[in-house]
Design a protein around this ligand. Structure first.
Ligand SMILES: [Zn+2]
Length: 246
């Protein structure tokens, strides 16, 4: 049977039968893959660390009648610092769940793979007070990579700038009061839309150098972006509620 080598992160890891696990991997070459890790629950399993959530490994995958399975795996990085803090774990879980929801097999593998690496690295190392901002930036970046990023710098209908906007999920971005047909939409100031626009285009590695906005403000913008994602994708990660509370 032909075997394939790949670098991959574990986005989801679920117990299967008595000794196995079903893993959702994100590979650099093929994007999302579902594989069986036979015997991963056994203490004798040599590649058990590679089946932990977030782990980055080099896998050798093989194929059986029932699908892909892990033939062997060499752990590259564990990101073990993430599980030491509730806030870090909540952000990383949200991020991996969101990728699982937003991405199908064969979508933008290389850029997404690199984003996962930088996002997990940042989530592991950045000061705890940056976790809400990291969650907001990650959510914005994923809308960008998956091609559903909201228009934030001008009114999506008339293309004019405005001091106030409303976030119209159905129109794909912010809308000025002149173009709005309903008042029942979240209000955003120009400062808030410019802030989100800057975050959407920011290099992730510069986040911890940026001035931290008020935490309640960040959480509010994070909620708006999640509602935008829910409108476009149909659902949200279960872990999002934990993030609203951090
Ligand atoms: Zn307008």
């Amino acid at each position: 049977m032909e075997r394939q080598k790949c670098h991959a992160f574990v986005l989801r890891s679920a117990k299967y039968k008595d000794h196995d696990k079903i893993l959702t991997l994100f590979t650099r070459s093929e994007g999302k893959l579902t594989v069986c890790a036979k015997g991963a629950m056994s203490i004798k399993c040599k590649y058990s660390p590679s089946t932990q959530l977030f782990a980055l490994s080099e896998y050798v995958l093989s194929e059986s009648k029932s699908g892909l399975y892990v033939y062997s795996a060499d752990l590259i990085r564990m990101f073990e610092g993430i599980v030491k803090d509730y806030e870090r774990l909540a952000v990383a879980s949200y991020f991996c769940e969101l990728i699982d929801i937003m991405f199908h097999a064969g979508m933008n593998e290389d850029i997404t793979f690199n984003l996962i690496y930088y996002a997990l690295d940042l989530t592991e190392k950045a000061p705890l007070e940056y976790m809400p901002l990291i969650a907001l930036v990650i959510a914005l970046k994923l809308t960008g990579i998956s091609g559903i990023y909201p228009c934030l710098n001008v009114c999506v209908k008339c293309c004019e700038e405005s001091d106030m906007y409303m976030f119209d999920y159905s129109q794909g971005g912010v809308i000025c009061p002149r173009c709005a047909q309903t008042k029942d939409l979240p209000l955003l100031t120009r400062t808030e839309t410019e802030y989100m626009y800057a975050l959407l285009h920011m290099d992730l590695r510069n986040i911890v150098k940026s001035k931290l906005a008020d935490k309640d403000e960040i959480i509010l913008l994070f909620k708006y972006i999640n509602e935008y994602i829910r409108y476009n994708v149909g659902r949200l990660p279960r872990s999002v509620e934990q993030l609203y509370a951090i």
